[in-house]
Design a protein around this ligand. Structure first.
Ligand SMILES: C[S@@+](CC[C@H](N)C(=O)[O-])C[C@H]1O[C@@H](n2cnc3c(N)ncnc32)[C@H](O)[C@@H]1O
Length: 247
């Protein structure tokens, strides 16, 4: 397994709005909790203390959740990218697609495992899904990590992957497919991933939601050896990996 501590690139924070909202909500609970100790008259003091305690516990839970999410983006995710890539067993000469590559965390780790192959990343660059999400940032990360010549970054929607049938030896995707809210569109994504895979090509998807659906869709598409692994708690929310291969 490659070294999960190798991380010169800068890969941002996932779901930055969620992290910010959890922190703001937590601070709100703390402020209201403190206020509730003082606003109740003497005979209702017990109620103020009870409300204050509940709000303080809510503050602690929200704080822990948001810190866990930040830790997940900054530490846990580096462990999971290597685990995800272990599922596709690269030799080094493959063409690989990372669907929803963002700032390139998995894409670049994949390129580091390639010798003569190439790693392609497509994305629609949503800043709501990842902070500072831009193709130039991904290319800069590839340069910093010394794999720029083995990485290609493109604009592309995984619902209509801009590559011909059977182009890739492997397809990976990390924390991206759940961003598509519609079930039928998620199924279309899996169809697209299978379409661009060569026969015998491997696929591994990491996500914290809908993973059973992905596995069902892949089986319907006649993928072989489809299994779900996890949950893995190196990330928050905890994630699972679905892996399989094209017939
Ligand atoms: C939470 S980020 C994860 C990025 C990267 N895979 C990682 O693990 O660091 C989700 C990514 O999915 C991308 N995304 C969302 N919907 C997409 C779509 N329909 N097609 C391609 N990318 C998409 C977002 O722009 C974002 O870069």
């Amino acid at each position: 397994m490659a070294d999960a501590r190798h991380r010169p690139g800068n890969y941002g924070i996932d779901a930055p709005n969620v992290v910010r909202n959890l922190l703001l909500l937590g601070i709100g609970c703390l402020v209201l909790g403190v206020v509730s100790f003082y606003v109740f008259p003497e005979k209702w003091l017990w109620l103020g203390v009870a409300i204050g305690m509940v709000l303080f516990i809510a503050f602690l839970i929200l704080l822990i959740e948001s810190l866990y999410m930040i830790w997940s983006s900054k530490v846990g995710k580096y462990r999971m990218r290597e685990k995800l890539l272990d599922f596709i067993q690269l030799r080094g000469d493959e063409l690989l697609l990372d669907a929803g590559c963002g700032r390139g965390l998995v894409l670049i780790a994949a390129a580091r495992r390639l010798t003569t192959g190439k790693a392609y990343g497509i994305d629609i660059w949503s800043k709501r899904d990842q902070s500072g999400n831009e193709p130039e940032v991904t290319r800069e990360n590839a340069r910093v990590e010394g794999v720029a010549e083995r990485v290609e970054v493109l604009n592309g929607d995984m619902r209509a992957i801009p590559f011909p049938d059977g182009y890739f030896d492997a397809v990976v995707s990390s924390l991206a497919v759940h961003n598509i809210s519609n079930l039928e569109e998620r199924r279309r994504v899996l169809g697209e991933m299978m379409r661009v895979l060569k026969p015998g090509g491997r696929l591994a998807i990491l996500d914290f939601q809908h993973v059973r659906q992905y596995a069902d869709a892949l089986r319907e598409l006649e993928a072989l050896d489809v299994h779900i692994y996890g949950p893995y708690w190196s990330m928050f929310p905890p994630v699972r990996i679905v892996a399989g291969r094209k017939k």
